[in-house]
Design a protein. Structure first.
Length: 72
């Protein structure tokens, strides 16, 4: 295993922001603001949330049942 360093142009949060989980929130807000400014549809949207929740549900059911749960 080797640590992967993301290119600096991938970081939208302020450079002086400490590396904490808050960076993820700052990144999400920055992407949302950029989408609004450009007229693009902001992501994630409700559809993204539904898909992620279906995945989380399948993971939990898979673990409880001890078998693979396939998503459609």
């Amino acid at each position: 295993m080797k640590e992967i360093v993301s290119p600096t142009n991938y970081r939208l949060a302020p450079a002086d922001m400490p590396q904490t989980p808050a960076v993820n929130v700052a990144q999400a807000y920055a992407r949302y603001a950029a989408a609004l400014e450009s007229g693009a549809t902001p992501a994630p949207d409700f559809h993204h949330a539904v898909v992620r929740h279906a995945l989380i549900d399948a993971l939990e059911r898979s673990h409880a049942a001890g078998r693979v749960i396939k998503l459609r």
